[in-house]
Design a protein around this ligand. Sequence first.
Ligand code: ADP
Length: 517
Amino acid sequence: PRSLADLAAAFGLAATRPVPAQAQVSAVASDNRVVADGDLFVALPGARAHGADFAADAVRRGAAAVLTDAAGAERLADLDVPVLVADEPRTVLGPVAAWVHREPAEQLATFGVTGTNGKTTTSYQVDHLLRALGRRGGLVGTVETRAGDQVLPSRLTTPEAADLQALLAAMRELGVDALTMEVSSHAIAMHRVDGVVYDVAGFTNLSQDHLDFHGDLESYFGAKAELFTPARSRRAVVVVDDVWGERMAAAATVPVETVRTVPAPAGAPAADWTVDHVEPHGTGSAFTLTHADGRTLRTATSLPGGFNVANAALAVVMVLASGVPVGDVAAALDAADGLSARVPGRMEVVAPGDAADPRVVVDFAHNTDALELALAALRPTTPGRLVVVFGATGDRDPGKRGAMGAAAVAGADVVVVTDDDPHDEDAAVVRAAVLAGAREALAAARAAGREVSLVEVAPRADAIRRAVLDAAPGDTVLVAGRGHETIQEVGGVDLELDDRVEARTAVHARAERNTSA
Ligand code: ADP
């Protein structure tokens, strides 16, 4: 527990009444329903209600004090506990929680990964490498939260500011000494990661996604660029394979190391680290990473596709940027057989394929770019036809539906359009938009002499089953868009649906058919 008077002094917060010298707070909560004894309840102004309306309930649950804005404080004149006032409580919430928990992030090595695609995959590789180096890793992300060997399911990609600080404090107690986090632009904009200054922040890439939240690419870029300022990180590692990466490296106001994993376009500035000698290696690729100063390292990733070379290279350079010598990293990677972290629902091989059956892969690609890349990644290792099963989500980003349809036709031989999460939209309308884009692209494919077949199958489980049953040995079936997700949202109802489970069920159905035939 920490002294409330000290807290008020540290943040220059006024109090509506003198704060008793013995007043203490032990944690911070911004949701009255989870307030525990001794908490500081932060009453945030909201769009619909003011948190102050819930302060009395918070106090009943044991809140020792309240922090709110002037409007909130006015409503709380009669409250029995001390009330602190901030101009914008949301912006001090994270730092205050960090202070109450004695700055847990400062006692861990911290790595943050942002970008449109590849955050989860890269985070897993960073964590994997840190563990290979003997660190006790903690991981916070879309799929799960891990503290050492303990796994907790994730509800939000990034917890709310106060919860995050409590989580980091818990990790510190569990002996975690190196934390890796996905940092979405939402999380930055919504102040969830306030109170954390990452030792190393990494940037993967940027493309059209989440534009319904951020408006246009420029403001999306701006939201991500904030991570590369001294308020939020100490060092940056930026993949400059796309122009947004170049711009991010230029915009960063902390020291930057750049990484290029594809041949540089003419006139592009030289990157600090370059990747070359990319060769097939097991299920993934081996590659060489070389610094302009001569440091070099050869290693491999078990995940397929050029983009996973980028994710792996970013992970390695982020760890190097934290100060680990290249020789130590090389030795740890050799011992760990390269970057072999498997990531749930990311290029996850459900069935490897053999003389009787197709290969079946589940991936989280849920935007045009990722879909294109996922298909391109599987093409070289697919002797037969490449089949893709996917849909677009309802309610959000309708602009990308047709483009996803077109990308599927451009990259696959068999396109099965089905449902993703329809949310509150009519699933048939969403499919129609995807199909319209796909049909347009079909003409171009035919003109180029490619025969692509396009079918619509709903619901999703049927589409997966049909794709797997219809495929031939040598084919690859890519089930794209939902990765590790287990809940499909249809009109406000949560249905259980796990692509990996459906894919496995379909593979078993095939095996039964094979034996009975
Ligand atoms: P995020 O956490 O940013 O959503 P993931 O690592 O979960 O990213 O990857 C999501 C999907 O995006 C993957 O399933 C894959 O299809 C694709 N992807 C992964 N890494 C990259 C990358 N570096 N560039 C482009 N696409 C990628």
